[in-house]
Design a binder for this molecule. Sequence first.
Ligand SMILES: *Cc1c(COP(=O)(O)O)cnc(C)c1O
Length: 454
Amino acid sequence: MDLRRWVNAAVDEITAWQHTYGPYDRHAALRVDDKAFADAFGELTSRLHDNYPFFHPRYAGQMLKPPHPAAVVGHLAAMLINPNNHALDGGPATARMEREAVDALATMFGFGQHLGHLTTSGTVANLEALFVAREIHPGKGVAHSADAHYTHARMCHLLGVESFPVATDTAGRMDLDALEELLRTGQVGTVVLTAGTTGLGAIDPIHEALALREKYGVRLHVDAAYGGFFTLIADDTPDGVTAAPYRAVPHCDSVVVDPHKHGLQPYGCGAVIFADPAVGRFYQHDSPYTYFTSAELHLGEISLECSRAGAAAAALWLTQRLLPLTPDGLGAVLRPGRRAALRWTELLENSDLLAPYQQPELDIVTYLPRTGRLSEIDRISAAVMEAGMSAHPDKAVFLATYGVEGRALADRGHQIEADVPTGRILRSVLMKPESENWLDALHGRVEELTAATG
Ligand SMILES: *Cc1c(COP(=O)(O)O)cnc(C)c1O
């Protein structure tokens, strides 16, 4: 699809609809001069060059990439109207699209009956899940792995709930023996399991944790903000991901997934889904100025946020129409990144200069220079990242770093002298399918930079 053609079509279609209401004069106070606009716009676009090339396979750093053109057009078309998905009256069309899009997300995980909605972000989506968890288990704490997203501890603090970090195993997954020891104290009401940690892409053993829920009466919340869409390729095939934890997700109490990470959406699109629709009761409120047209449940009655962009729902809905949540739809967008992660790990295993930190479970690769001391690993990693991004654009490569402790390296079989307590290694998120065809070039360039730095 040609982005320009459909951006124009979106403007034309919405304008034509607006014209059906008859002509009116825009207020003079809103008028801007063409020349002034051109100048300001020129300044904007030139300032926007101060960005890393998230779109390009040379960018293999953090979790960043542009949205799919279908999402851009869907977002723009709805944004010209600017519906507010807080209430049906704020945007009837996009509120229904949100419901359809969220139903598709729930079906993707295997939920039948459910209650869910979009949010502005994964953080807010997790906050909602933890808020409901607190209402159900007042006075009890929340356990999450030590590698869980940092916002879990922050949101627990906000909710006035104690948070308990649980040790991870040698693959970065929650250690269930350590969890069970904690559950025996009776202090925990909810366990957060991460399906794809932000740092390493590790998948907590959700399927094994199910038994602990029965035994200790805790709620299970799955934070699949990053890794959720990988359920589409969770089939244990050579270029898929492990199936068992994903098959257990619909047996948990809630799940969060971020369409603005692996769902091809622009920022401003997270989602929370609850297995039990009755949790809607915790959101009960009454306000004199909303909800006048319908007896149907308004999205604002089941979410903590008030105003939310209907455009986010339109973008997600349109994207799902074209790249449905199936193995052959969005799944085919995820597989190349997964293959790239596996292939890079193989190249790293055979490299004289670099070594993989651990096996990747998703599409995130972590690696380090082969040298004996942690202080040296830290220095070289930082220098390689720096040199990669300051090179000329046609030679540049963009990586990220990841902080590790000496013990975590030893746990993974790296024989390193931990002369400093922590150090940085290198990390690459291969979330664009184009990464697959660039892998040899990426690896070659990182080796070159490592050799030049060492
Ligand atoms: C990104 C992420 C979050 C936070 O989501 P935002 O959309 O950035 O607020 C939470 N948990 C995990 C596992 C994540 O990867």
